[in-house]
Write a protein that binds this ligand. Sequence first.
Ligand SMILES: Cc1cc2nc3c(=O)[nH]c(=O)nc-3n(C[C@H](O)[C@H](O)[C@H](O)COP(=O)(O)OP(=O)(O)OC[C@H]3O[C@@H](n4cnc5c(N)ncnc54)[C@H](O)[C@@H]3O)c2cc1C
Length: 464
Amino acid sequence: MQEAGIRQSLTSIIPKIEAIVGREHVTTAVEDLLCYAYDATNRHCRPDAVAFPANTDEVSDILRLANEHRFFVVPRGAGTGMTGGALAVQGGLVMVMTRFSRILTIDTDNLVAEVEPGVITGHFQEVVEGKGLFYPPDPSSASYCTLGGNVAECAGGPRAVKYGVTRDYVLGLEVVLPSGEIIRTGVRTAKGVVGYDLTRLMVGSEGTLGVITKIVLRLFPFPEVVRTLSVVFSRIQDAVRTVCEIIRSGVVPRTVEYMDQAAIRCVEDYLNLGLPVDAGAMLLIEVDGSLSAVETAISDLTDICKNCGAYQVHVASSAQEAKDLWRARQAISPALFRLGPDKINEDIVVPRNRIPDMVEWIDDLRKRTGLTIVTFGHAGDGNIHFNIMLDRRDREILEKAESAVEELFRQTIALGGTISGEHGVGITKAPYIGMEIGSAELALMKRIKAVFDPNGILNPGKIF
Ligand SMILES: Cc1cc2nc3c(=O)[nH]c(=O)nc-3n(C[C@H](O)[C@H](O)[C@H](O)COP(=O)(O)OP(=O)(O)OC[C@H]3O[C@@H](n4cnc5c(N)ncnc54)[C@H](O)[C@@H]3O)c2cc1C
């Protein structure tokens, strides 16, 4: 079914797109367009059409067509992005990459894999683990987001505290530039420094510089032992002080996640796992390595946590118990909707020794504004997920929340931090980018965008 409101320019081009990808892989049916009109920001922008290419040449042909006829193309993985990157804010064609779903090679001799961007991150992790290998980046959305979306956003996750973020695993890429030209960046070897680092430029470029069609990823051997600890505190200040002490001590856990009381209560209400609902805060710490290294780390961590005021330090006694703790952590985001139909979600990062200052400042903000604010996140790397739960139809609360976010960003930058650790800029943070990036640097970024995409056809309205 053709949609009546489709812009004339794209209507006449649909047959050409169908000729590239096949009729069954293009749609303008309203019910389909609605499915590709949203992401995790809960904002809706209906595209004019959606196409599902299956190979690099098809992507290239579509982008050539877009340049010729000047229509917008918005790359999309699973649509789990938190900042609106996959939304067709100015209409056009959404290019869904989920048919790029093959793991092409897993080279166990060289610890390298080559994948297509539509592979689901959690599936890739399971497949490499089956071969005794380890792909550390673990966004909490891993069971449904794509590796292409992870590269485009430079996704992080709990394990970043020890293993870094997606950027640290991308050795090379195949990318289709907005002109339709196909390039290969980076290396297939463990290291390489020839020429400018185009791979790093592409990682985190939020689908604005090119469409990623292949990804070469670095792997690690799977750790011998992994143990998960839950640590419970009466006071949130003690929990965040513990994080600073852990970092200072030189022990390097692979995760240090924290949940405040509101987050604990929401998840418990949602999943009934027996979480300590009266606690002020909880830390979820994971350590990995050889058996002896893990045992030493657990002993050191237990001492640090108790010295900082933890009233319970518990090592999960089974894989199921550890899984349940992670299920609780991963459920925070959806569980929060029990507190309101809409969420403003920010992922600021501060230097790790400033986390206590930031948490105290947020507590004061909560008291001053009366807003429903919940915090949790990757405390081990200073990344605090700050959520305001609200009903956007209440204009007064919405305005109060928006000015609280602006205050939050100012405070973050004053403490030496950054306004986004992993969710990117997209459309939601675009108005604030100038608070962090200087005018000369912004102008250079815009010139880079113009070199890659002189006609501005790829993912317009994002970042700047
Ligand atoms: C419950 C929940 C928990 C989350 N937890 C985390 C977390 O712990 N850490 C974290 O970093 N993020 C997290 N996220 C955010 C999100 O999952 C990540 O940003 C993820 O990388 C997006 O992947 P996606 O496939 O859904 O991409 P999409 O949302 O579809 O797209 C995201 C961006 O990538 C671009 N893009 C997608 N595919 C390509 C491609 N092949 N080529 C070029 N550009 C492309 C899009 O244009 C868009 O700008 C979470 C989200 C949810 C809903």
